[in-house]
Design a protein. Structure first.
Length: 551
């Protein structure tokens, strides 16, 4: 199951009155009526249109509902089950729900084993939440076999008017990974489509092949980045080959390829941002390499590759090592002074485009501990604990070099028990993987992990990071002194505000009010630069609300 994903977290309080809550300076919150039905928990705020707020509700393992709220009063006005029809006598599996220029669609998939075909369809939904009779075929992807059917990935355009969908699948006998990408308009008509098989050579030492990321910009240009890494045993060096596949609307979507070769550094991961400056930023972590060409695997720092889309040239390739103050915060002074590198337990949480053309990379410590399964067969239960701790903030100049860095001190954990467990939304097989994966599967949203992580808000050139914290950490920014937040029901909000040199000012509630609502991460809708529709809960209490970041 795939979904458009970005992890956000806020802390909010109950009641329309702003005085009776854990209020933080710079943040205003308002709420609607309490949601009283027990249909399930909201797992996604789909969007707002027609004076209505559309949300997706999950009850149990796979029972989805469309819940609709009035935009002004933020009270519930409709609730409808999402009952997907059959396609060729097979049940559709729920994949996604999207709002496209005031038009709502449910997206489902089905695999035809005999034809080795993976089909994706869209079904229109009325304003009242009733599924239509029309079924629009989006993909009919031919795969090698059922086990390598791959998956579908979704991204919205910056203006929310277009939907970018990618399907990937492994063709092991052909030594190739196939990708198929389509761009759909508000009627679910494909305005662009491409399909290709990228060959690989897994006979090389320490071989890794990854379809790392894909994106669409405000011109409806489409991008894909592929990374191939191996060790040249004879030359005793590590070779990394990064390819950016470009499909520009102005060039009739003709495929263009930019190749970047990197020697004696290993690319750990690669994320992409198509910026408003008509370029593409490729960023991620890298590791150092030993004299024999073997990578050390630990994180040495962050890199930035800037590709100018005017002439498809690589303008800057910068590798920025973590500075000593940052390493001390992450490793401790003793290990940092010994030259140790950072453990590879950090994922890029978000990339922020700055006003000056630079970017801010925000990475988070993430670890999932899966306990021993109890029970027999499909009826067993499995305990899982999600850890989301400190965040590394790297601010890069327009040329990709480091401007400043700092660390957000936090420790968060949430434990759940599930009947079945799927840790990664991405697909992988041996040395081959797709890096466009979710950190938290949709199926466990609403059970606890969604309270973790943080939301970065960039407004007027200033970065703010908001997250839930232990009440005992009030005023503390030192990572050595913070206490863990394991009971999110008793959490309080904190806001870290960064100045233009990366210095942090922490803002906490002046007065902590008990038994207040806490928002769930990843369950939001961004209305504008500083306005969000949010979903707040505490035990059985739930409300839809709005959050505004003031000047």
């Amino acid at each position: 199951m795939k979904k458009i994903f970005l992890g956000f977290i806020f802390f909010v309080c109950s009641g329309i009155s702003l005085n009776a809550q854990n209020k933080i300076d710079k943040i205003d919150l308002t709420y609607g009526e309490e949601i009283t039905d027990d249909t399930g928990k909201i797992v996604k705020i789909i969007g707002e249109a027609n004076n209505k707020i559309y949300t997706l509700v999950l009850k149990g393992k796979s029972n989805y509902f469309l819940k609709i709220f009035d935009s002004k009063a933020m009270k519930q006005i409709a609730l409808n089950p999402i009952v997907l029809p059959e396609l060729n006598d097979k049940d559709l599996d729920f994949e996604e729900m999207v709002l496209m220029n005031d038009k709502l669609y449910v997206i489902g998939s089905v695999f035809h084993r005999k034809e080795k075909k993976f089909t994706l369809v869209a079904i229109p939904v009325s304003e009242k939440g009733i599924l239509g009779n029309d079924m629009i075929t989006l993909f009919e992807s031919i795969v090698a076999k059922s086990a390598d059917r791959g998956g579908f990935y979704f991204k919205k355009s910056p203006d929310d008017q277009m939907l970018l969908v990618m399907h990937t699948a492994l063709f092991e006998k052909e030594d190739a990974m196939k990708y198929e990408i389509k761009l759909f308009d508000e009627t679910m008509k494909a305005t662009f489509a491409t399909e290709d098989k990228v060959s690989y050579d897994d006979n090389k030492k320490d071989y890794q092949f990854t379809i790392s990321d894909f994106d669409v910009n405000n011109k409806d240009d489409v991008f894909l980045v592929v990374n191939e890494g191996y060790r040249d045993k004879k030359k005793k060096e590590k070779v990394e080959k990064v390819e950016l596949h470009i499909f520009k609307q102005a060039n009739s979507y003709k495929k263009e390829v930019v190749k970047i070769d990197v020697i004696d550094k290993e690319i750990i991961n690669c994320k992409m941002m198509a910026t408003s400056k008509n370029d593409v930023k490729l960023v991620g972590f890298y590791s150092s390499v030993r004299d024999n060409g073997k990578a050390n695997k630990e994180l040495k720092g962050v890199y930035n590759i800037t590709v100018n889309l005017v002439n498809n040239t690589t303008e800057n390739v910068k590798f920025n090592e973590f500075d000593m103050p940052t390493k001390v915060k992450l490793l401790g002074e003793r290990r940092a002074n010994k030259g140790k590198d950072v453990k590879p337990l950090y994922e890029i949480q978000s990339i922020v485009e700055k006003n000056d053309g630079g970017i801010i990379i925000i990475s988070e410590f993430r670890l999932v501990y899966v306990g021993q399964k109890q029970g027999i067969g499909p009826f067993g239960l499995q305990p899982i604990t999600y850890y989301m701790n400190e965040m590394i903030v790297n601010c890069l100049k327009p040329d990709g070099s480091l401007e400043w860095s700092n660390v957000v001190a936090k420790e968060q954990a949430a434990s759940i028990t599930v009947a079945t467990f799927n840790l990664f939304a991405g697909s992988s097989s041996g040395s081959f993987s797709v890096g466009v994966a979710l950190s938290i599967p949709l199926g466990v949203m609403g059970k606890g992990p969604e309270y973790l992580s943080a939301i970065p808000i960039y407004k007027n050139g200033q970065l703010n990071i908001l997250f839930n914290d232990n009440v005992k950490n009030k005023g503390i920014t030192d990572i050595e002194k913070i206490k863990s937040m394991t009971n999110y029901n008793n959490a309080v909000p904190t806001l870290f505000v960064f100045d233009d040199k990366g210095n942090i000012t922490r803002k906490d509630p002046e007065e902590v009010i008990k038994n207040e609502l806490v928002i769930r991460p990843g369950i939001f809708y961004r209305k504008s630069e500083n306005e969000y529709i949010i979903y707040a809960s505490r035990k059985s209490k739930d409300k839809i609300g709005r959050m505004i970041l003031n000047e």
